[in-house]
Design a protein around this ligand. Structure first.
Ligand code: SF4
Ligand code: SF4
Length: 73
């Protein structure tokens, strides 16, 4: 029998409230529903589901979201 072990990601997500303009792009791109909008700003709702795919960071037009995959540091 083969067991597949899923790598546990050690991830940190920083969102700058000052820079976030609430465009919702990061929420729409996230394939794992990690992010939500709250009072017009992006917010991390489920960090455990984040795979550090970086789609949110890459598509944020305001450089307001930074994902750190600490397992690669
Ligand atoms: S993509 Fe950037 S500016 Fe837009 S809601 Fe997300 S963090 Fe805010
Ligand atoms: S890195 Fe990927 S999985 Fe994590 S919050 Fe951003 S888009 Fe979602």
């Amino acid at each position: 029998m083969t067991l597949t072990v899923k790598e546990k990601k050690d991830v940190e997500i920083e969102i700058s409230e000052a820079w976030c303009k609430g465009c919702v792009i990061c929420v729409d791109y996230c394939p794992h529903d990690v992010l939500i909008m709250e009072r017009g700003k992006a917010k991390v709702a489920n960090l455990a589901a984040c795979t550090a795919c970086m789609l949110c960071e890459l598509h944020c037009p305001d450089f307001a979201i930074v994902v750190r995959d600490k397992s690669k540091e």
